[in-house]
Structures are given as C-alpha cells and as structure tokens.
Design a protein around this ligand. Structure first.
Ligand SMILES: CC(C)(COP(=O)(O)OP(=O)(O)OC[C@H]1O[C@@H](n2cnc3c(N)ncnc32)[C@H](O)[C@@H]1OP(=O)(O)O)[C@@H](O)C(=O)NCCC(=O)NCCS
Length: 371
C-alpha cells in the first residue's frame, strides 16, 4: 500500500491544537493571558479543502434488468444476486458527459451559494469525455460561466473523483486556489457492449459535483491515499480508439471501442484494495468503527462491498449504497453518493466520512473527509 501523498493526517500535534482552540472558541467569556493570546494567534491551522456544496444529476431514462434480459441471455435474479444492481440510468440522445457534469456543477454551486465566477479550478474526472480534446472541464466552465477557472480532465477511471479531490486539496492547501469544483461524470452506456452479458449489466450514467473551499476550522480533507498498478492495465480497458489502435473499420467490427473487463480478476483486486484502503485510512486518522460516520465506496458490486466491509470489519449500516438504482457510474459514483448522503441527512456537519475508489489502471484511492 503506498504512502500518504496529499492532505496530511491527524497525527502529531494537530489534534490537540484543534481541540484546544475549539475550547477557547466555545468559552468567549474567559479572558486569556496575554502570553497565551499571542501564542494562539501565531498558531496556524492547516488549510484544507472543505465541502462547501454538492450536486448531482442522473438522466431520467431507466434501464431495468428486465429490459436487459430482452437484449442478452441474462435475468433479473442473476444480476441482483451477483451484483446488487436492479436498474441503471441511461443518458438521453442529446445528453453527454459534459451536459450532465454541467447540471451537477450548477446544483453544487447553488448548494454552496458560490457564484461560478469565484471558481478558480475545475477538474472533471471521467473516462467518457465528450471528446478526446478539448477537456470536458472547459465545456463545463463555459456553460456555467466560471471564467476565472483553470480547467482540465483527469483520467483515473473509477478512482477519478478521489484522485481529483486529492489534486484540489493540494492546490487549496498550497494557497494556489481557494475555490475548486471537482466533478465525476460518465456516459458509460455509450461504451458498453450491449451484446456482452458479463459487462453490459454493470454500468450506468450520471454526474456528481463538489465545490471545495479553503477552510481552517478543522473540516475538509483530513487524509488522502492514492495508488496504481499498471501491471493490471489489461484487466479493464477500451482497447481501440487511442494512439495504439486508432479507429478503423476493423476496430469497429472487432468491437474494440467497447469496455472489456476480466470480471473475476477485478473482483478479487477490488475486494482486497478496498479492505487495505479502509484499514489504512482508519489507522492514519486514528478512527474506529464508532468514530467513522459513513463509508462512501465506489458502487462497484454489492458483493465486493459486503465482503470487504465484513473483513475490515465495519457495520454495513455505515455504508452508503445506491448501486441498486444506478449500477457502476465509474468516476461519478462517489460524488453522486456523497451528494445524496448530504441531502438524505446521512452526512451532517461535523461527521467523518471515508470515500474509497478503485478501478481501471489499475488505480485506487481514499479520502477521509470531515464535513
Ligand atoms: C462481472 C461479475 C458480476 C461476474 O460475476 P461472477 O460471480 O464473477 O460470475 P462469473 O464471471 O464467474 O460467471 C459465472 C457464470 O455466469 C455467467 N454470466 C456472466 N454474466 C452473466 C449474466 N449477466 N447473466 C447470466 N449469467 C452470466 C458466466 O458466463 C458464467 O457462466 P459459466 O459458469 O457457464 O461459464 C463480477 O465478477 C464483477 O462484478 N466483477 C467486477 C466488475 C468490474 O470489473 N467492474 C468494473 C471495475 S470498477
């Protein structure tokens, strides 16, 4: 397991300092001695990327397991028992990753009460961008009027939102930007081979967005852990359409522009890396099963999530699940769940959540977030 690469952690002197200042804030009537007042004014709390607002967008069209049964040799009972998925959303013909990302971004800005003109950085995590270039983030910037923002897309597959959050945290902590918009958005169904029953049942479309702002009140990204193993790059891929195998009539006939996955191998990788990420995050932030309020995993497969949670061990009641409704929306799955969890009241100010992602690359990552 790789080390911490961004965000810092709660070790060392930070926890006592935070608690000490909280006590001081809570007791304004107590006059501090001059020496202590000077000392506290010199203490600098870490600047962190804190959640100012969230938003999400799911296309209206629902594709149920029974709908899929009419296209490939499968059935609802098999899909539910092997994956936990009942249905997924499919983008309308006029919807794209960029248009869904824009909807989620607008909702996140409204929720944060942030004028898009304040945003200094937009990252869209996606494996299904509108174009190879320009970046989908630039399309979102134009659509929402975030004219001051630097923009780029980030490709780390299903870990994309976790990676993008680490970048935003690093830029906010360094003082380079104060307000960042991080989006996970995918139109996976445009890359799914609807003749392959092993993969077409898994994926869905959607977008989730978070406005992060600099905070020094103890909230925000407490810890980040990212990793990758390119040895497993062939376990999940879209083999055609890149510089190695540009689009030709043959690549189209050979179905090279669709998602290919080695389901069984990915299953094993995902379960183990999920366990490792949770244990590492809890150790680094000195969290226990009691002090973690919510786990937001990449919504990959209910069996993977249950197997990992059981082995950590943690109670399943602390896990946010929406895989039944949306399937695997790749980089969008964690921010969609984060937005829903805030709106459902599953995540409240002061709560601590662990966000976990893993996917093609292979890539993986976790974020410990204080709301
Ligand atoms: C894909 C996945 C659901 C398959 O579940 P599984 O329990 O591993 O099933 P298997 O691949 O062992 O297949 C078992 C049997 O079911 C069949 N099967 C596969 N998909 C099926 C479907 N949709 N309906 C009915 N049967 C199916 C297989 O052909 C196989 O039949 P066989 O025994 O006659 O060869 C599971 O491996 C998974 O979720 N993997 C990770 C998915 C992934 O890569 N996600 C993206 C990563 S972020």
């Amino acid at each position: 397991m790789p080390g911490t690469v961004a965000g810092g952690d709660l070790s060392g002197s930070r926890v006592p300092i935070l608690r000490h200042l909280d006590m001081i804030d809570a007791s304004p009537a107590v006059e501090l001695p001059v020496v202590l007042r000077e000392a506290t004014s010199r203490m600098t709390l870490p600047v962190r990327a804190a959640v100012a607002g969230t938003g999400s967008y799911l296309p209206k069209k629902v594709l149920t397991n029974n709908d899929l049964q009419r296209r490939v040799d499968t059935n609802d009972q098999w899909i539910v028992s092997r994956t936990g998925i009942h249905e997924r959303r499919v983008a309308a013909d006029d919807e794209t990753t960029g248009s869904m990302a824009t909807m989620a971004a607008r909702r996140a800005c409204e929720n944060a009460k942030v004028d898009p003109a304040q945003i200094e950085l937009i990252i869209v995590a996606t494996v299904s961008p509108d174009y190879p270039f320009p970046a989908t983030a630039c399309l979102v910037q134009h659509a929402i009027g975030a004219r001051r923002a630097a923009c780029f897309d980030l490709e780390a597959a299903c870990s994309g939102f976790i990676y993008a959050t680490a970048v935003a945290q690093g830029m906010i902590a360094s003082g380079a930007v104060r307000t960042a918009l991080v989006i996970g958005a995918e139109t996976m169904t445009r890359f799914v081979d609807f003749s392959d029953r092993c993969s077409c049942i898994l994926f869905g479309d959607g977008a989730g967005a978070v406005v992060f702002q600099a905070a020094t009140d103890g909230s925000g990204v407490l810890h980040t852990n990212l990793g990758a193993d390119g040895q497993g790059s062939n376990l999940m891929e879209i083999p055609g359409g890149g510089s190695r195998s540009p689009a030709t009539a043959d690549t189209v006939v050979g179905r090279q522009h669709f998602i290919h996955i080695e389901g069984k191998k990915v299953f094993k990788f995902a379960t183990q890396v999920f366990i490792d990420l949770l244990r590492e995050a809890m150790r680094a932030c000195e969290l226990t099963a009691d002090s973690v309020d919510l786990i937001i995993p990449h919504q990959v497969n209910l069996r993977i999530i249950e197997a990992a949670i059981k082995r950590v061990p943690l109670p399943m009641e602390k896990v946010y699940l929406n895989i039944g409704n949306y399937g695997n929306t790749s980089a969008a799955s964690v921010p969609i769940a984060l937005d829903e969890a805030r709106r459902d009241g599953r995540l409240k100010p002061g709560d601590t959540a662990i966000l976990v992602g893993f996917g093609a690359g292979l890539t993986w990552g976790s974020t410990v977030l204080k709301i």
